[in-house]
Structures are given as structure tokens and as C-alpha cells.
Design a protein around this ligand. Structure first.
Ligand code: NI
Length: 179
């Protein structure tokens, strides 16, 4: 396993739709392992392959990272098949350092996808895990959480991000809501 570099906004790879994974092979297993180590180290509770420079549909999540517990989920070609009631939660993104915003999401989702042994998975998620799934699957579609706030707010955020990156003050230690 290796910690790899996390791509940061406005890197164009964060803004394109990622390709479907056709073969869950050794390369994908290695990528998933590197992504997990990178997520745990960041620290964050979720990471999508485009965030480490690979435009393919693979995500890792562990919403217990900030509590020290390891509850790793690795999902290939994830798809949300059911959306429940709306909730508003604070989100941050490892690719948009220094920014936190309230985002409206489904409070419950059902996600389908494949694990690394090509077994079909169906996961019911609520609360933070539901938010994490939606945030990561958005990454696979080239959508950032700052795309889900108002246009006016987005402009302010974009200027703030550029300033933070320029000044090198964007790093964060609390990864409990960083996806
Ligand atoms: Ni993110």
C-alpha cells in the first residue's frame, strides 16, 4: 500500500465523468488499497479514484476513521438505486481543502456495486454513510460538493479556495466530514 497524491480543485480530472471498471483485476485491487491508505492518512472518511488521478468508477469509505475504528467499504461501479428523505449536513472535501458547506442530500440511500472479488453488493446507508456515498459517487460523475450550493455562494467559495491554496493554508486535521 502507498499513500498517493490527492488531486485538488480546479484539477480537470475532478470535473469529468469517470469510466466504468470493466475488469476487477490486480491493478484495481492495488488502486483500492492505495486509496484506502491515502484516505486513512489524509485523514478523511471517503475517497473516489478521480481524486487520486484515476478516472475510473471506484470508491472507498470508512465513516469510522475519525473514531479509530476500521470499517472499510470498497465499491466498484457504485450506483444509487434508492434515495430516501432529505437531510442537510456539513461537508468538506479532500480535493477542496479549507472549505466546509451545508449540503442537502438524501438521508438514506441504497447503493449497488461490486466488491474486489466481483461479488455484487447491496448496501443500505443512513446519515453520514449515506452522505459519504452520495459525495463519492458525485466525484465519479465529475461533480464537487461546491457544485451543489447556490451559484452566488459557489463564486465566493472558488475565490476562497484559490486564496487558501496560494497561501498554503488549506490543510485540515479534522477528517470527520472530509470525503
Ligand atoms: Ni470529495
Amino acid at each position: 500500500m502507498a499513500v498517493v497524491e490527492i488531486r485538488v480543485y480546479p484539477d480537470p480530472i475532478l470535473q469529468v465523468k469517470a469510466a466504468v471498471v470493466e475488469n476487477i483485476d490486480e491493478r484495481i485491487a492495488r488502486l483500492a488499497s492505495d486509496m484506502a491508505e491515502t484516505m486513512y492518512t489524509a485523514p478523511g472518511v471517503g475517497l473516489a479514484a478521480p481524486q487520486v488521478g484515476v478516472s475510473e468508477r471506484l470508491i472507498v469509505l470508512d465513516v469510522k476513521n475519525s473514531q479509530g475504528g476500521k470499517d472499510l467499504i470498497t465499491l466498484v461501479n457504485p450506483q444509487i438505486v434508492e434515495f430516501g428523505d432529505r437531510i442537510v449536513e456539513e461537508e468538506g472535501c479532500l480535493s477542496v481543502p479549507g472549505i466546509r458547506e451545508q449540503v442537502t442530500r438524501a438521508g438514506r440511500v441504497v447503493v449497488r456495486g461490486y466488491d474486489l472479488k466481483e461479488r455484487e453488493q447491496r448496501i443500505e446507508a443512513e446519515g453520514l454513510l449515506a452522505v459519504a456515498f452520495q459525495h463519492e459517487i458525485d466525484h465519479l460523475d465529475g461533480i464537487l460538493f461546491i457544485d451543489r450550493v447556490s451559484r452566488l455562494k459557489r463564486g465566493i467559495i472558488q475565490r476562497k479556495v484559490r486564496k487558501l491554496i496560494r497561501e498554503g493554508q488549506a490543510s485540515e486535521k479534522n477528517g470527520s466530514r472530509l470525503f
